[in-house]
Design a protein around this ligand. Structure first.
Ligand SMILES: *[C@@H]1O[C@H](CO)[C@@H](O)[C@H](O)[C@H]1NC(C)=O
Ligand SMILES: *[C@@H]1O[C@H](CO)[C@@H](O)[C@H](O)[C@H]1NC(C)=O
Ligand SMILES: *[C@@H]1O[C@H](CO)[C@@H](O)[C@H](O)[C@H]1NC(C)=O
Length: 346
């Protein structure tokens, strides 16, 4: 009998241990992997718990923390601190009332790769608030941002002076220092903000950039300068966009998808707008004001496969049927655009 009781007490002890660190109201899930389940990662979802949830103790091996829909107003320097925060790879702060993020709020999250701050009330981000973080994916959509610049990745004025000692290979060591490391950001969503111009993000290794639903009225020459890793650019539903200057996209040699749909004030496009887009495959102009396309468009975009112009109207690249010539040295370029309706190519 007493052995039986002891066993039950032991089981109870185990159960208590397993949930010990899960905050009331949160849902914790442990995923084990590796040989003999030697690694485990915990996902902690504290969405909808309420504004008093932070600062919240989390298990030591937490990789994901969800804090959405909690009416949080400020992300303070002390809110995201504690033992479990050093392993955090992903943080969801979406759908709160956040209007302020202190400059050191994320500074202890040394392994943070994904950050969701969408659906909040941010009108600016403090200098250096992303500095030294390995962030790869950031969602800032549906806020009130009027501008965004490289200053979010650097600490202005406060950084230690950098000692450059070339003889000792110290240059490499200095550049790997977390406070001076270059941004790693690959995906940035800024849809639904108050941006009036394309933010200057040169040197950021972005592969995906979304600027939909912003009051951008002009895209200037060199707006996307140095964004040579960009693969997908979304510039859709910009109600005030009327002008895209020639050569605006000229550095985007790896861009494959360009979405310019639902820009009703955009009525014409000079063929030099597409200069440099040598990898572009898909161009979406559906529901824009553009009704015709310049006939030399393929010379700028040799990889183009299709252009969507309106619902059910698209143009595709096709091979022109030509008689076979036995003696030509170089094959003549004979790709043409074929559209569902006539009169589009002018
Ligand atoms: C197109 O843009 C307008 C604003 O200009 C927006 O209200 C509408 O929802 C957009 N439509 C689509 C299909 O995204
Ligand atoms: C083009 O954009 C429209 C509206 O945003 C979208 O519904 C459609 O799926 C897009 N088409 C392609 C081919 O990407
Ligand atoms: C587009 O095509 C679909 C299916 O073929 C059709 O149901 C729809 O009415 C068409 N839309 C327009 C605007 O022609």
């Amino acid at each position: 009998m007493s052995t039986f009781l002891c066993f039950h007490v032991f089981l109870l002890f185990l159960a208590v241990c397993a949930v010990r660190d899960c905050h009331p109201g949160c849902r914790c899930e442990v995923e084990s992997f590796g040989l003999f389940d030697s690694f485990s990662l915990t996902s902690v979802d504290c969405s909808g718990v309420g504004p008093d949830v932070t600062p919240i103790p989390i298990p030591l091996d937490t990789s994901f923390l969800g804090l959405s829909s909690n009416s949080i107003r400020t992300v303070t320097d002390s809110m995201l601190a504690g033992p479990g925060y050093t392993t955090l790879a992903s943080l969801d702060l979406s759908s709160n009332l956040i209007s302020k993020v202190d400059s050191k709020a994320f500074s202890r999250l040394r392994y943070l790769e994904t950050l969701d701050l969408s659906h909040n009330s941010l009108d600016e981000l403090a200098d250096g608030c992303f500095s030294g973080l390995p962030l790869a994916e950031v969602d800032l959509s549906d806020n009130r941002l009027q501008e965004l610049g490289l200053n979010i990745f650097t600490v202005r004025g406060r950084g230690r002076p950098v000692i450059v000692d070339v003889s000792n290979n110290l240059v490499r060591a200095v550049s790997r220092n977390p406070h001076t490391s270059p941004p790693n950001l690959q995906s940035l969503t800024l849809a639904g903000n108050q941006l009036e111009a394309v933010p200057r993000l040169q040197g950021v290794p972005l592969r995906y950039l979304n600027l939909d639903r912003n009051p951008i009225s002009r895209i200037e020459r060199d707006s996307f300068v140095e964004l040579k890793d960009l693969v997908h650019l979304s510039l859709s539903s910009l109600p005030q966009l009327s002008t895209i200057q020639p050569h605006s996209f000229r550095d985007l040699h790896n861009l494959q998808v360009l979405d310019l749909s639902n820009n009703t004030k955009l009525t014409s496009l000079n063929s030099d707008v597409f200069h440099g887009l040598v990898s572009l495959k898909e161009l979406n102009l559906s529901n824009s004001g553009v009704m015709s396309l310049p006939n030399n468009i393929l010379s700028h975009m040799p990889s183009l496969r299709s252009i969507t112009l309106r619902e059910n109207v698209s143009c595709r690249r096709t091979q022109k049927q030509e008689q076979f010539h036995r003696h030509i040295g170089l094959p003549k370029s004979n790709k043409i655009l074929t559209c569902d309706v006539t009169g589009i190519i002018s």
